[in-house]
Design a protein around this ligand. Structure first.
Ligand code: NAD
Length: 517
């Protein structure tokens, strides 16, 4: 009999029900009463508060509201965390796979019990509306449940041929201590997935969350502790990138780096981690899942209302701050005007406001994101035709109107560079062939999509649309763990395929033992 019941993804709540909304509002009130507290680092299971000050996490929708303050780590704490993680590695790596897998299933259960509470923290810390926040917590739970089951498959010897007179066995072992560096956008899900994946197969980690979202990391550590992970298996270092980023990446005692974030940071980490440091006795493994410039093609055979619904959901949910978000809508000439009109009409109906009121579009993460997005909007005005938005919302927070540019040429900055905000570029294509050519004309290759009723074009897209995650006749965001393994091509990163069957293998190495009797 299998150890666990079959994997299935975590169900979503129906927020159209008043009772469900009211339960979420209750969770928001409970979390509101806890805002503004101070939190320590967690090293080897101990709470450590060094005298380096605190990172302040603010609510992007109300910048006067402090979500919490998390202690800053520096060099001394980096050393201490590495020692704690290596100490824990000795015994954690020797547990059976099923012992470790059970701890993940327990962690999933703890997070499931706290689902709305964790989601409410996300609403305050990252401006996620109810459905977006809940989906992120659900994904974190899915990573635990899925990787727990996948780990069991990597237990035991691998298949090799016999050789007369010898016993030959090959098996997988963990690799050591790693650093987990997640982004702020899927603040719980990516942090959890990139930590528990390596951990379930016997590695130990230091989690260094984004300085924009340290408090959800604190909540995660509460769940880790309740789930019964031994001290030192998952350590938390919050701090400024300038203080601890390079230190962690360069450190000779770090065996692997599991990074998700922007292209620039990813390239920096990739390069620095490649340099052998004094005392280092391995090649560091680096997994770097990076950005996107994701395109959706709509051809003249497509159902336009469905395509417009999918385009708007893909471009503007969570303010366009998803690596999978639609930023280039490429439309075949014949239906260009009709689709553009439908997209603009639907976008006009989106509400812009605080995430805690469950607005469709909330605030972007910080002032830097405002400056960057508004800079692209200014560029866009000179490169293309602004048809909707382009302005700021309430200045209590980092609000930007959902913005649509039409007639965007391929050479425009808003057609080439990742904006990571609520800005959609609509591009005209002469034909399906031309649309496919435009879609592939990017350095990225993360997600993409096609709306068409033409079978042969859908088949062509399967072969020729060069993205890690291709969606046909549906929205291009919202990959599910274990259902749609996620990761891109080209400069979208190392294609580790989070939530996929090969993921855990990346954090293991194979040992072969031959004995002649
Ligand atoms: P970012 O690159 O600014 O930061 C990512 C992480 O790296 C954060 O924890 C940050 O604190 C850390 N960091 C920054 N400088 C560092 C340094 N010098 N050394 C070590 N760590 C450092 O990215 P972000 O703004 O947090 O996230 C948005 C980006 O992430 C977008 O480009 C998005 O497309 C990408 N992303 C990709 C995926 C994917 O699966 N491919 C998923 C989510 C987000």
């Amino acid at each position: 009999m299998d150890l666990f019941e079959p994997y299935k993804t975590e169900p979503y709540s129906d927020f159209s029900q008043e009772s469900v909304q009211s339960a979420y509002r209750q969770a928001l009130e409970e979390v509101r009463a806890q805002l503004g507290q101070d939190y320590p680092l967690i090293i080897g299971g101990e709470k450590v508060t060094p005298a380096h000050g605190f990172l302040e996490s603010v609510d992007p929708c109300n910048t006067q509201q402090i979500v919490g303050r998390s202690a800053k780590a520096k060099r001394k704490e980096v050393e201490r965390a590495l020692t704690a993680a290596w100490d824990a590695y000795g015994s954690w790596s020797r547990l059976t796979m099923s012992e470790r897998a059970r701890t993940l299933v327990k962690l999933a259960a703890v997070m499931r019990r706290r689902k709305f509470e964790l989601a409410a923290w996300e609403t305050f810390e990252a401006s996620k509306n109810y459905a977006e926040a809940e989906a992120d917590v659900a994904e974190a739970i899915d990573f635990c449940e899925y990787y727990a089951r996948q780990a069991l498959k990597l237990d035991g010897p691998l298949e090799t041929y016999d050789y007369p007179g010898e016993e030959n066995t090959s098996f997988l072992i963990p690799i050591g201590v790693g650093v987990v560096i997640p982004p702020w956008n899927f603040l719980l899900a990516i942090m959890v997935g990139t930590a528990v994946g390596p951990v379930v197969v016997g590695n130990t980690v230091i989690v260094k969350p984004s300085p924009d979202t340290p408090i959800i990391a604190q909540k995660f550590m509460e769940c880790v502790s309740e789930a019964g992970f031994p001290a030192g298996v998952i350590n938390l270092l919050t701090g400024e990138d300038a203080d601890i980023g390079d230190l962690l990446v360069d450190h000779p005692r770090v065996r692997f780096i599991n990074f998700t974030g922007s292209l620039d940071t990813g390239l920096r980490i990739h390069e620095r981690a490649a340099k052998l440091q004094p005392g280092q006795k391995w090649l560091k493994k680096v997994y770097a899942e990076l950005g996107g410039k994701d395109a959706l093609i709509v051809d003249e055979t497509a159902p336009l209302d469905m395509a417009a619904d999918a385009a708007v959901a893909s471009a503007f949910s969570f303010q366009g701050q998803k690596c999978s978000a639609l930023s280039r809508l490429i439309v075949v000439d014949e239906v260009y005007d009709g689709l553009l009109e439908r997209v603009v009409e639907r976008t006009k109906n989106l509400s812009l406001g605080p995430a805690e009121t469950n607005a469709d579009v909330g605030a972007v993460i910080n002032q830097k994101a405002v400056a960057k997005t508004m800079g692209y909007i200014e560029n866009g005005k000179t490169e293309a035709r602004l048809v909707l938005g382009g302005g700021r919302g309430d200045d209590a927070g980092y609000f930007i109107e959902p913005t649509v540019f039409a007639d965007v040429p391929q050479s425009a900055s808003i057609a080439c560079e990742e904006i990571f905000g609520p800005v959609l570029s609509v591009m005209r294509a002469r034909s399906f062939d031309h649309a496919l050519e435009l879609a592939n004309a990017t350095v990225y290759g993360l997600t993409g999509g096609v709306f068409s009723r033409d079978r042969s074009r859908l088949e062509r897209a399967r072969r020729e649309f060069h993205v890690g995650n291709l969606y046909l006749n549906r929205k291009i965001t919202g990959a599910l763990v274990g259902v749609q393994p996620f990761g891109g091509f080209n400069l979208s990163g190392s294609n580790a395929k989070a939530g996929g069957p090969d993921y855990l293998r990346l954090f293991m190495e194979m040992k072969t033992v031959s004995e002649r009797y």
